[in-house]
Design a protein around this ligand. Structure first.
Ligand code: PMT
Length: 399
């Protein structure tokens, strides 16, 4: 990974303490980091902390004769090859959206040609406020600017919702990816995740226990490896990973349509981790079905198979399937590998309590025509990292 020059802007918010860990991670990865703080940031954490961690003087003021006699603000703007504003407060986002240059950090953002990543952190009501959202939309339209996050969860003020700053380790991953330095840089990866829902009537559906966690972990691992990632996701209760394009679907038929068009747009690797319903009700009742008899039969018809359809293309991407089995795992996985003409299959014994469906952890055995490798039990994020490394090795071996 190439060493980069990262200008880290810190604005006023309690999440400023997390940026200290970010500096530590970036330095550990070999990058040069220079920190600029707004007056609001200094109310939460001292410049001395960042000076100690970055090994560089911290800049806080635009009109500082001493600092300007050294590396002046224009030089600093030119020095950076990536600007990251973390945390970015609602106030700073508003000033950036207006192109203001009323303090050192805002001035640097006006003067730099480097990409600027804005990492919002604020109370959930402030994040949801229509004026903040209008400013975010303005920034999203700006080709120099990316918005990373925010995350959902419990906030320092006790509220729960969207507005938490991304964790330092995730930000460090995004910074690596933004430098196009990862092992999958330049590759486009399409991943399916989560369950599908097959409607019976307006209020009922057939589905399964997939939470989407495995697929979302794969998307993060692919992103951290530098890939351009599209995540085709069934209905789940997870936050979209920063830097990943999520396209939501409901049914197996949607899954095929949306995945096919994502692959049409260019795809080097296709990974199907979704638990797609094999059958759907033959018809979806227009009104809620009433309980008129003791028994009822629901005629089902086969759904299209997204994985098999994509693998059967004339010039398919490197296609990886999953096999969730409760018995004869290896036999069924190998059968799917051959029948669906896959490059790899990830076999998941979903009969083991605490692993597989709707859990944090997993254990898998990956099969390909000439070999196999097992990973876990481990967190889905760790397993995803191992899988991505294995896929990369196979891609490289294939040339
Ligand atoms: O979502 P989590 O809670 O994190 O759980 C993860 C998981 C257990 C769902 C995941 O690790 C997993 O095993 N996914 C595959 C589940 C599955 O439906 O397997 P399958 O053996 O029925 O299908 C085989 C393969 O064909 C899968 O890659 C599946 O995505 C694909 N398929 C199946 C049917 C269909 N109509 N279209 C498909 O693309």
């Amino acid at each position: 990974m190439a060493a980069r020059r990262i200008l880290l802007g810190i604005t006023g918010g309690i999440a400023a303490y997390k940026s200290a860990e970010l500096v530590r991670l970036l330095k550990k990865a070999g990058h040069s980091v220079r920190v600029v703080m707004t007056a609001g940031a200094e109310a939460f954490i001292t410049p001395l902390t960042f000076q100690a961690l970055s090994g560089e003087p911290v800049r806080t003021s635009l009109l500082d004769p001493e600092a300007e006699s050294g590396m002046g603000h224009i030089e600093l703007a030119k020095w950076a090859d990536q600007v990251v504003i973390a945390p970015a407060s609602a106030d700073f986002i508003a000033r950036l959206a207006q192109g203001m240059a009323d303090d050192l950090l805002a001035t640097l953002c006006s003067a730099t040609e480097a990409p600027i990543a804005v990492v919002p952190a604020m109370n959930q009501a402030m994040w949801g406020n229509h004026r903040t959202q209008r400013n975010i939309r303005l920034l999203e339209e700006d080709p120099q600017i990316s918005i990373w996050g925010p995350d959902r969860g419990e906030q320092a003020c006790g509220d729960v919702g969207a507005g938490r700053m991304l964790e330092p380790v995730e930000l460090a991953g995004l910074i690596e990816q933004s430098g196009d330095t990862g092992p999958l840089a330049g590759r486009r990866v399409v991943i399916t995740a989560g369950p599908t829902r097959e409607p019976i009537d307006p209020v009922r559906y057939i589905s399964n226990h997939s939470s989407g966690k495995m697929g979302y972990a794969l998307a993060e691992a692919a992103r951290d490896a530098g890939a351009d990632v599209v995540l085709v996701s069934g209905p789940v209760n997870l936050t979209a990973p920063a830097g990943v394009e999520v396209r939501t679907v409901e049914t197996a038929e949607d899954m095929l349509r949306v995945s096919s068009s994502a692959v049409d747009e260019g795809c080097d690797v296709f990974i199907a981790s979704a638990a797609v319903a094999d059958y759907r009700p033959e018809t979806c009742a227009g009104d809620k079905i009433k309980k008129t008899s003791q028994e009822m039969a629901l005629p089902l018809v086969r759904n299209p198979d997204t994985l098999a359809t994509i693998a059967a293309r004339d010039n398919p991407p490197f296609t990886v399937g999953f096999a969730a089995e409760t018995a004869d795992v290896e036999k069924y996985a190998l059968d799917k590998l051959q029948r669906k003409k896959l490059r790899m299959i990830v076999a998941n014994d979903v009969s083991v309590p605490g692993l597989g469906f709707n859990s944090e952890n997993n254990a898998v055995t990956v099969f390909w025509p000439e070999g196999r490798e097992s990973f876990g039990p481990d967190s889905k994020r760790q397993i995803a990292g191992h899988l991505m490394a294995l896929i990369r090795n196979h891609l490289e071996a294939a040339g």
